[in-house]
Design a protein around this ligand. Sequence first.
Ligand code: FAD
Ligand code: SIN
Length: 531
Amino acid sequence: MRFKTDFLVIGSGIAGLSFALKVADKGTVAIVTKGEADDTATRYAQGGIAAVMYTPDTYEKHIRDTMVAGDELNNPEIVRITITESTDRIKELISWGANFDRNAAGLFDLGKEGGHSEFRVLHHKDQTGLEIERALLEKIKQHPNITIREHCFAVDLITQHHLGQPVSRRSTDIDCYGAYILDTNTGCIDTILARVTMLATGGAGNVYSNTTNPPVATGDGIAMVYRAKGKIENMEFIQFHPTSLFNPKEKPAFLITEALRGFGAILRNQLEESFMERYDPRGSLAPRDIVARAIDTEMKISGNEHLYLDCRHLPKEGLLSHFPTIFAKCLSIGIDITRDMIPIVPSAHYTCGGIRVDEYAQSTIGHLYASGECASTGLHGANRLASNSLLESIVFSHRASIHAMQALNRISFKEDVPDWNADGMVFNEEMVLITHTLKELQLIMSHYVGIVRSNLRLKRAIDRLRILHRETEELYNKSILTQNICELRNLINTAYLIIKAATERKESRGLHYSIDYPRPNNSDDEKHFID
Ligand code: FAD
Ligand code: SIN
């Protein structure tokens, strides 16, 4: 089947939905999403969304905190744009129907997380993302110009490559004409032609065995842009959240929000010692890279599989009213957080790098924008400040919408794009070829490209990845496409980009820590930022 739409939005999290809402008065919008509409990382966001709302907080303080957390590898201009636009975007989210908790005086009940010098995190109990996703989806469903197609998986972006015109990584004139979409209800690959395409496909946590990310986070957008010869950057900066619930069989790992530490919870080791002060004067509320590394070190020294988060000293009423989901979840596995310490372990959580975009979320491919976790705006530098990602998504989807609406009239549909050719492809009867490779990939990444890295580990990882890549490409090239094989291929592409970036960064910086280069190389900042 062939479809045409002015705006094609791939992904239905905060980035895709907020962009769709903004451009819908200007033209037709098709949102495609590979699961149910609310199958997103957005809906799992707990802690909240950071923004400057009241004194004593100021834009300057939030800017400084973002730069410090990012180990100064952030793009200062992008940080300034994001933070100074935060207040307006929050007001807009509220006008769309999102509710954030308020205190008795009617003011926002602002929370605090690691690396923040002020209370500035707006939240809806411990289910902020669910509330935002609900509000956005309700609003989307009311707009006559927007259609959502669920269970539709974007396989590849359409560029001049599909018209027989070769493109390379050096090409500067690549344009996107839409995408090939696998409708998993019918098994058909549709051609969706679009004047503007927005990638809002989220992160890539499933490249690791242990992640807080939902199964949809398989790096699809990043891999699609890489294959289309667009620029990807900063992929070495994978954020591990220090505190996911230690419950080994559960996937994805259940998050224990950092806001709990903002509320006073303390990290402890098996000896019940508050160890964080030995690593950083900010203790349990140091930025995430520092806390995750400290936990990793403590676990390696003691040989234990987890550490603890202690809430026992906190007021029971406050705990229950602010964190009802966490309380109920822990109780369901026999842990009463008012009396027992919570076993925790770090898990892959956030992809700081991704598709390189400018201040209007334009990728390096024409008519293609990217926003949210799949994009790299330069906001996060070497480590994302907690609760800055929901904010980044709405700021850059807004900016993309301004740019795209102005550009729309100058862009026409590319009618002569061929349909997907599946001639000669056969059904892959052996699912084990995919499931086993996926497990191998996740183990390689977890063991060799995790919180602490080294030249030897990265070399091992790339050597093993090459075998998985070759085998998977052979299978892909002869198979009738399924979502599973496409996701595996995208995860392998993403893993390659992480290992390559980690290998090229000959220093320790933020989330990338190598025992071979334990210090930052400040003289090299500019080079790393540009490439
Ligand atoms: P997502 O919300 O992940 O949406 C991606 C969408 O793309 C999904 O609809 C998916 O199905 C779709 N998709 C992907 N690939 C394809 C494809 N090939 N074809 C079609 N559709 C596709 N950040 C904060 O700022 N504050 C928090 O408190 C916070 N808490 C978090 C807690 C958890 C447990 C997790 C996992 C993350 C948290 N984050 C938080 C991070 C934040 O939630 C995400 O970075 C953000 O929601 C990403 O939004 P997004 O729109 O870019 O992607
Ligand atoms: C959390 O609630 O701890 C997650 C916040 C985030 O990832 O920004």
